[in-house]
Design a protein around this ligand. Structure first.
Ligand code: KIV
Ligand code: NA
Length: 278
């Protein structure tokens, strides 16, 4: 299996084949995501929240993103991997933005990068694209600007916001972005943006009208403690509960001397060496 290509993503939009995207952050999550048949993996800076325990994505560094991208690429060698450029590693002028994006590609092994922001990023996007770096745009609720927005609020709620989203999406497509993530955008506005573009839109909390969907790994399987159910997420499993239960049982069995059993150890005979190697 070969990673999906940019022309293929465009064709999926034209043919009405939805694009299934997921985040992954390390080797096992990437393996399982690839095996499950996801079209595109996003190494999201949401890793700041779900993997590293920060309150926002603002503290995430370029080094963090490269480190996690390397693990994901090893785990999912046959899947397109897009990596977020983290807070303040772009908008620095074209040269610095290109240098940072190139590190994500060259050192991390990503196939593309994602940036949060609108028409004001058009020049930077064009420079990346001209250097052979595919760019996925990200509009609507942009978590790196949460301190400016004042919370995780739904975007595209009135005509002015709708106009701006449409204009931003158009400008980014014009600049060469291969797609646009729409986060927390009202369903009709996300659908209108989707119709107005030739490149695909990937929604999260943006309703049913987008060309694809993306969910955060830890949210969709409830991997962690006290994962809050958000309206935009569907939890398909509760692995947090499974893991906690398994570890609690292990602790219990160690304390009660039920684990290990004789079969988990190595008696002093010729079978011992064999057991070690299997
Ligand atoms: O970081 C992330 O996981 C994202 C998706 C929610 C689109 O940017
Ligand atoms: Na992100």
């Amino acid at each position: 299996k070969q990673p999906v290509t940019l022309p293929r993503l465009m064709a999926m939009k034209r043919q009405g084949n939805p694009i299934a995207m997921m985040t992954a952050y390390d080797y096992p999550s990437a393996q399982l995501t690839e095996e499950a048949g996801v079209d595109v993996i996003l190494v999201g800076d949401s890793l700041g929240n779900v993997v590293l325990g920060y309150d926002t994505t603002v503290p995430v560094t370029l080094e963090d993103m490269i480190y996690h991208t390397k693990a994901v690429v090893r785990g999912a060698p046959h899947t397109m991997v897009v990596t977020d450029m983290p807070f303040a590693t772009y908008r620095l002028g074209k040269e610095a933005t290109l240098r940072n994006a190139a590190r994500i590609m060259r050192e991390g092994g990503a196939h593309a990068v994602k940036l949060e922001g609108g028409a004001e990023l058009a020049e930077e996007v064009a420079v990346l694209v001209s250097a052979g770096i595919p760019v996925l745009a990200h509009l609507g609720l942009t978590p790196q600007s949460v301190h400016q927005i004042g919370g995780y609020k739904v975007q595209g709620k009135d005509a002015a916001e709708a106009e701006k989203l449409l204009a931003d999406a158009k400008a980014l497509e014009q600049a060469g972005a291969f797609g646009v993530v729409l986060e927390l955008v009202t369903e009709p506005v996300a659908a209108a943006v989707t119709k107005s573009l030739q490149v695909p839109t990937i929604g999260i909390g943006a309703g049913r009208g987008c060309d694809g969907q993306v969910l955060v790994y830890h949210d969709m399987i409830r991997y962690g403690s006290g994962i809050r159910d958000k309206r935009m997420v569907k939890a398909y499993a509760d692995v947090g509960e499974t893991i906690r239960g398994a570890i609690a049982q292990y602790v219990d069995e160690v304390k009660n001397k039920q684990f290990p059993e004789a079969r988990h150890g190595f008696p002093l005979d010729e079978k011992a060496e064999e057991a070690m190697s299997t």
